[in-house]
Design a protein around this ligand. Structure first.
Ligand SMILES: [Zn+2]
Length: 50
């Protein structure tokens, strides 16, 4: 299988940039919002206008 995806070439880092905790929601939030943040930190991020 050949997928044109950078995800295939890089290890999925699930470490939150804010609190440094590893969480499975971090990668999902990165795909959705572009921030490597966990769920709780994402809520803090959304408090600020982009
Ligand atoms: Zn966090």
């Amino acid at each position: 299988m050949h997928f044109m995806s950078e995800e295939q070439n890089k290890p999925i880092i699930q470490k939150c940039e804010k609190c440094g905790k590893e969480n499975e929601t971090v990668h999902a939030n990165f795909l959705l919002y572009g921030f490597m943040v966990c769920e709780s930190c994402k809520i803090s991020e959304t408090l600020f206008p982009v």
